[in-house]
Design a protein around this ligand. Sequence first.
Ligand SMILES: NC(=O)c1ccc[n+]([C@@H]2O[C@H](COP(=O)([O-])OP(=O)(O)OC[C@H]3O[C@@H](n4cnc5c(N)ncnc54)[C@H](OP(=O)(O)O)[C@@H]3O)[C@@H](O)[C@H]2O)c1
Length: 269
Amino acid sequence: MGNNAGFTNKTVWITGASSGIGKELAHQFAAQGARVVLSARRADVLETVRASLAGGVERHWVVPLDLEDADRLMESATKALLDIGPVDILVNNGGISQRGLFLETDFSVYRRIMDVNYLGTVALTKVVLPDMVERGTGSVVCISSVAGKVGSKLRTGYSGSKFAVVGFMDCLRAEVSSQGVQCLTVCPGFINTDIAKNALDANGNAQQINEASIEEGLTAGECCQQIIAAIEQGKDEIVVGKGISGLAPTIKRFFPGLYNTLAARREHR
Ligand SMILES: NC(=O)c1ccc[n+]([C@@H]2O[C@H](COP(=O)([O-])OP(=O)(O)OC[C@H]3O[C@@H](n4cnc5c(N)ncnc54)[C@H](OP(=O)(O)O)[C@@H]3O)[C@@H](O)[C@H]2O)c1
């Protein structure tokens, strides 16, 4: 972690800032002197977050966005950028998970998860990145998942969208890292947020229940400290998780047969 003034007057745009990891990131960045742009769908919740950030309300912005509607998002983000000015760090964090077997899940759920987790990320990056490249500095951070590295039951749509984010970031890094832009992919394991409650069931409804694996995971605070440290260290990719959720990508990489057997056996929630 940097000192308390590590991000003084840096502008950090965070999606999914109304809850969980995004909200905690907003607090940690603001406490280190950053000006934060808060995005998600719920404008009223974002205003409450803004009012609670260090540095005073007037230093921070609320830009309501729906990641599911990439065209409108690009339009409103482009307008907002005129007011905000140069963005130093973009954190594509907003997202939605899934708990449903492939054979039971409606196709609309796949489209929605891909729109929110993948195309929403691509769209906002389209708006924010050109100025970073022009200035030769900046960081694009995408919150993928351990599910973007390994598969498990009930998450065919979610894992697909998070693998897509990993691939997008690998390609983007190849294109822009030599132009001064860091591309950091974050793959969290189980983190104690509302992600499971908000996860879509086979019919596209939020399942509205929490899960022990999530409740026993890292706190959002611990997760965000690791994300901020990785930005400061100029890293390309990190896995953030404890226990099996942190180890899974390594097991899959070196022992893919073992991983596949374990994934098929485990009643994964
Ligand atoms: N918690 C974990 O165990 C875990 C593990 C791996 C990866 N992740 C990833 O971490 C990221 C943050 O999740 P979290 O754990 O903090 O979950 P969370 O508490 O459910 O927060 C999700 C955030 O995404 C926003 N969001 C959802 N749909 C949106 C949409 N259509 N447009 C704009 N914003 C939208 C929500 O805001 P609104 O409802 O106000 O729009 C909320 O702020 C996600 O990408 C998730 O996949 C989490």
